[in-house]
Write a protein that binds this ligand. Sequence first.
Ligand code: SAM
Length: 205
Amino acid sequence: MADGHSVSSSRNPFALPTGVAGRLAGWIMARDDGPHREAAVLLAPAPGATVCEVGFGPGQLLAVLAERDPSIRLCGADPSEVMLAQARRRAPSADLRLGAADELPFYDDSADHVASINNVALWPDRGAGLAEARRVLQPGGTLLLAWHSSSAPSPMRRALARPDAWWDELLADVRNEFGNADRHNLRHLTACTATAPPADTAEEE
Ligand SMILES: C[S@@+](CC[C@H](N)C(=O)[O-])C[C@H]1O[C@@H](n2cnc3c(N)ncnc32)[C@H](O)[C@@H]1O
């Protein structure tokens, strides 16, 4: 699905961290976990729940969730080997793998939550990514897609905020795949949440 505001580029060390620049980008991203603390509150996984993170970067959300409740089972996929190494150090108990949104290396119905922070605008095919999130989610499981908000305290993050029209398009795509979607205007993040449909309707399309 086209993203008219794409920041995805193999030369952008924040979008796809590689080499020394990628390691530095991971270090910079990890200095501020305010957005991830905010996302963890919205996600609110129950004790023992499985959370799958798409594009975990240096692993701040994973670390926040592990600290809040060690019984939460964490897994995730990111295409960057540099981020995989940093996130494994930050969340050693998580099952972290190389992979991308449009081909998640996890079983059907294996997660209670799929979360993606500051990542969804980088997906080259949003429709494929949403279909993968729905496949991995158990019926009734929840999706959380969040991106920098225009009220973020950091000017660098604020500059990456997306216009309302972009969010309207994202919510329409999520409704198309999940049958529902809600927008949340938070401080660090703008977010979209959705609930995976029951098993009987999940097979209808
Ligand atoms: C800006 S960083 C955000 C990292 C972290 N989630 C955060 O909140 O700081 C973007 C991350 O998305 C990953 N990424 C890039 N393309 C991706 C794709 N198609 N699917 C999943 N992750 C992707 C990158 O490797 C990088 O770790």
